[in-house]
Design a protein around this ligand. Structure first.
Ligand code: ADP
Ligand code: MG
Length: 244
């Protein structure tokens, strides 16, 4: 479960032609990252996948089910962790499974422990740091019944050190659960460190300009960040993004 396919997706907002003939897929359990400059239509892609808007053309399916204009099939984690301030941490984590009518307290508690948040079950979001809140939002996505998680620049508001810790943590927990992930970032190193594949969006109207298959084996360690191959790919993506 969790195979996502976009075929020939186009989208305009009035005169603003944002996406033109975007096609890609995410395999079951795959980690795919979309990079592109700000304003290139990355969040719009997620809104189409999430069924908030319909594409003007094209088709989006998840495990063969048509997602066009149909909500609730994906788990979506925005840049801002969007926890409910009046709910405790455990209540926030249980939310996604509650909506699906399959509340599982044991699983939620286990995820909270894996997020390093044991002891905070009864705390409220305002009592947690930015990184902690992001971990709560992510385990809430993992606890949801949806087979695919869409993350829209989830770490961009964090300081660099917290960001790296969060990337490491995300990989550890994802390698265990292996839900399909579509990740959006404009940070090239983050894309290379986390993903199986990277899709580079072209200039507006955006389509998939290039695909990079990330060669590093998993589990990944921070050593790869200093490798020749990492630097070379980083440079390649940098120039792809700039040289247009
Ligand atoms: P990104 O996430 O890559 O920064 P967006 O998908 O947010 O880009 O935006 C792409 C373009 O679409 C921008 O020009 C933006 O102004 C426009 N846009 C995004 N959402 C809407 C909307 N709901 N209504 C009208 N225009 C929008
Ligand atoms: Mg965006």
């Amino acid at each position: 479960m969790g195979k996502l396919t976009l075929q020939h997706i186009s989208k305009s907002y009035g005169e603003n032609h944002v996406l033109q003939d975007v096609s890609f897929h995410v395999d079951e359990g795959e980690f795919v990252t979309i990079v592109g400059p700000s304003g290139s239509g990355k969040s719009t892609l997620f809104q189409l996948i999430g069924g908030l808007y319909a594409p003007d053309n094209g088709k989006i399916t998840l495990d063969g089910i048509d997602l066009n204009n149909s909500r609730g099939h994906i788990s979506y984690m925005p840049q801002n962790p969007s926890l409910f301030p009046w709910r405790t941490i455990i209540q926030n984590v249980l939310l996604s499974s509650e909506i699906a009518g399959q509340k599982d307290m044991g699983n939620a508690l286990e995820l909270i422990e894996k997020a390093g948040l044991s002891g905070y079950e009864q705390s409220y979001p305002h009592q947690l740091s930015g990184g902690m809140k992001q971990r709560v939002a992510f385990i809430r996505s993992l606890n949801s019944p949806q087979s695919i998680i869409c993350l829209d620049e989830p770490f961009s508001a964090l300081d660099e050190f917290t960001r790296f810790e969060m990337q490491e943590w995300l990989l550890t927990i994802w390698e265990e659960y292996r839900k399909s992930i579509v990740f959006i970032t404009h940070n090239i190193e983050e894309a290379l460190y986390l993903s199986d594949r990277i899709l580079i969006l072209s200039d507006k109207p955006a389509s998939i300009h290039k695909q990079i298959i990330v060669p590093f084996p998993r589990p990944r360690s921070e050593d790869i960040l200093l490798s020749e191959q990492f630097m070379k790919l980083k440079r390649e993506i940098h120039y792809e993004l700039r040289g247009r």
